[in-house]
Write a protein that binds this ligand. Sequence first.
Ligand code: SME
Length: 164
Amino acid sequence: MFAAHAIDTSDKPQFYHELAAQMEGLLTGEADAIANAANVSALLFQSMPDLNWAGFYFLRSPDELVVGPFQGKPACVRIAVGRGVCGSAVAERRSIIVEDVTKADNHIFCDPDSRSELVVPLVRAGQIIGVIDLDSPTPGRFDEDDRTGVERLAEIYVAASASF
Ligand code: SME
């Protein structure tokens, strides 16, 4: 059985290096995209400090994201491409950090506790298939190390998981 090990979070690049190794172990031998998203959500929520939501939105049609497996409070189910931080990350094909969601005009409030957010696209063969969305109750929780680290985790998830 997989056991998540506590990781020292003081050195973020090292933290993500170890988290990526744990994730690769967690996904080894399993290609089911939903099962892997469920376990990745749990791993991120357990391992990353100071989160109130961690999960997936998948592009189920060209213009709409639908919520996937996550940890945290119940969330908005459908987000149009171009709306919110998640929909903007898809439309702009890039990761987005929002330092203070109360000052952002495109943040969709699903969890009123959220104060900062990181959204990273999931890319398969050049096509965006969804996003990983992380929310924190602390303003400014996410920085460039988090962006780089979670982009690597997104690559591992896509590589391990079959399309659906
Ligand atoms: N805040 C996101 C919506 C999803 S929830 O945070 C879980 C957004 O603005 O796209």
